[in-house]
Structures are given as structure tokens and as C-alpha cells.
Design a protein around this ligand. Sequence first.
Ligand SMILES: Nc1ncnc2c1ncn2[C@@H]1O[C@H](COP(=O)(O)OP(=O)(O)OP(=O)(O)O)[C@@H](O)[C@H]1O
Ligand SMILES: [Mg+2]
Length: 245
Amino acid sequence: MRKEKEKFKIFKEVFDESTMRTIYKLSSDGYIDYVIGPVSTGKEANVFLGKNFDDEDIAIKIYRIETSNFKNMWKYIHGDKRFEKVKKRKRDIVFAWAKKELKNLELASKIGINVPKPIISRNNVLIMEFIGENGISAPIAKFFTPKKPKSWLSKILNSIKDLYQKAGLIHGDLSEYNILNYKEEPYIIDIGQGVLKDHPIAIELLENDINNILKWFKKLGVKIPEFKKVYKEILGQEYRKNGKV
Ligand SMILES: Nc1ncnc2c1ncn2[C@@H]1O[C@H](COP(=O)(O)OP(=O)(O)OP(=O)(O)O)[C@@H](O)[C@H]1O
Ligand SMILES: [Mg+2]
């Protein structure tokens, strides 16, 4: 077995001591054997490819604490009954965010939506199934256009509907940038901002998600249904802009 120091060297160059302690704990608790390398450096988080002790690929998403946009995060946490006790402090908000992504993945996974299977979250670290092959992550759908866009449109609209109706969840940042094309199947990722349907901004987020998806498929040349029709099918009520028909 490799030495701990060597196994997580790549993290040490990037993360603070408290994040390193979290990583070591996840390793000694049996969730991470070692890390292979970076997959992506996003606005809020870094994603790494690692291995668990069964030699399976895992995705390790580490939210940065210091440079987080915690004020924006707060908007999505405050009003979520699952996170009522979270204090309005940077670190607490980022930790809640990682946990929220885990909980949202659990909800989606349970009803059979294609998302990375959640494994565990601790503090600012989330571990999930790695979507890809031979250590190479599945491409982002924006850059790897589906071969059957018409069928993708109905699959994705169905996923939005099932998430809402069966899990009471709204993704909140759904677009071609947060969908991976894995063997020509859409896999939805990046669901940390996802809110429950009774959240104050839930409907606004749902409308955005629907619009983003319709716009994308329109660009791909698919005949898209009317927004109002999709809205009604998902919510079971007529679309009213600002309360007016
Ligand atoms: N479970 C996973 N399996 C494989 N690759 C993944 C997984 N999760 C994330 N990735 C890769 O990492 C990238 C960033 O992930 P994600 O969108 O969740 O983070 P983010 O912080 O929002 O990044 P960005 O700001 O770039 O959107 C994805 O586009 C994808 O390439
Ligand atoms: Mg993303």
C-alpha cells in the first residue's frame, strides 16, 4: 500500500489543512484509496478521479472554502427545510452545499434518474460514482452532441418531470453544460444548487431549467414543444406569468 503522503500529494498542493484532514479521514474510513489526477477545475469546486479500495474509479468533488461564492449559495440553502439549522457562515454554508449535493443525488438516484451514484459527503468533500470509462470522464453534452437529439429531449424532459413529481426536486442549473454524454445516454450532474419544490425560488428555477433545455434542442434543430405545454405537464397547472394567464 502506498504511503498516505504520496497518495494525496496532488491534493496537498491545492488544498488547505482542514480539507487535507477530511481527505485523510475519508481514506482511513475506507472511501478513498488514492487519487489519480484532476478532472476539472470549476468555479466552485475541483473534481478529481480517484480509486476506492475495490479498485473502482470514483469522482471526488472538493468545494473550495475560501474562494466560494457563499452568498449566492445561501440563497439556495436558506428556505430548504433540510438545512434549517445551518448558520450563515462561509464554512458552514460550503459544508451544507456538499451535503445538499449528496442528498439531491440520493433523491434522484432513488427514482432511477441517470446521475452519478452518491457515496458520501464529509465537510466540503463529496464522493460519487465516476461517469466515464478507463479513467476518462464522459464528455459534456454541449461538446459531444447526442446522436439522437429528439430522443434525448424527451428523456431529459421526463427526468425534469420525474425529479419534480416523484422526488419533489428541481435541479436549478440544468443545461448542456451539466449533462454528460455517457455512451449516448444523458447523465445529469452538478446538482448542489437543487432545491425542493416548496423552496421560495423553486418555480423560477424550474422555468429556467425547462427553458435552457428547450433552447439547446432548438439550436440542435429539434422541433421543440411549447414552453407552456411542458410547464403544464410537469406542474399539472397552467403557466401564469407573474400570476397572470
Ligand atoms: N461523477 C462524475 N464523473 C465524471 N466526471 C465528472 C463527475 N462529476 C463531475 N465531473 C466532471 O467535472 C466537471 C465539473 O463538474 P461539476 O459541473 O459538477 O462542477 P462545477 O464546480 O459546477 O464546475 P463548473 O463550474 O465547471 O460547472 C464536469 O463537467 C465533468 O467533466
Ligand atoms: Mg457544472
